[in-house]
Design a protein. Structure first.
Length: 206
């Protein structure tokens, strides 16, 4: 599996492109659709599936445009599926840099806590990790963990946003302890991937 990182212009959020099959990819989070579409066209790739780590606009505001290009299946938690269709819940209503939007995709596969699904021949384990947002999940595949904004690279996770919960977040971090192993690579929603060494070294909340 090859993993490509696309850094979106809005809030410098990450989109991860997972090459799992010849000329077919899975995306994790979708920020600027233009940058992603340009990469897909230049590399002659087709999007088969998109996985969302959570519902905030910097991680999903390119979905509607990208869906016009490729009718992918969208994977996310139940709360995320509800919240991306509400401009208050995806926070776009409160952000001046973005046009207020609601995701209009109905081809959504709800993932459940602890569920493992095979996508393009690769197994993905989904872990519900509410706190930063109600719909947050982390995704484990092989020795890789895609954490969205639940765990960031040497940055405390913001918990001062609408609908954030420090209480839920701490429960989620405690749950993640049983899934994280030393040497795993963490792919956060912002900044660069890094090797997991110890929970004690992570700046887990702000």
């Amino acid at each position: 599996m090859k993993i490509h990182q696309i850094i979106n212009s809005f809030h410098l959020s990450n989109t991860y492109v997972l090459e799992l099959s010849q000329k077919q990819v899975v995306l994790i989070d979708v920020g600027n659709s233009d940058r992603i579409k340009s990469w897909l066209i230049s590399n002659k790739m087709e999007v088969k599936s998109v996985i969302l780590t959570h519902e905030h606009s910097d991680h999903c505001h390119g979905l509607n445009e990208l869906y016009k290009m490729s009718k992918f299946e969208l994977y996310c938690s139940h709360m995320c599926a509800l919240n991306i269709k509400n401009s208050k819940q995806n926070i776009s209503r409160y952000i001046d840099e973005l046009t207020t939007f609601e995701v209009e995709i109905d081809n959504i596969r709800i993932v459940n806590d602890g569920e493992t699904l095979e996508i393009l021949g690769q197994n993905f384990l989904f872990i519900e990790t509410p706190g930063h947002s109600p719909g947050s999940i982390c995704i484990v595949t092989d020795d890789k963990v895609f954490t969205g904004d639940t765990i960031l690279n040497n940055i405390k996770t913001p918990l001062n946003l609408p609908h954030s919960s420090k209480k839920d977040y701490l429960k989620s971090i405690d749950k993640l302890k049983s899934y994280l192993n030393l040497g795993m690579t963490i792919y956060p929603g912002h900044d660069s991937p890094f090797r997991f060494k110890s929970l004690n070294e992570l700046k887990i909340y702000g």
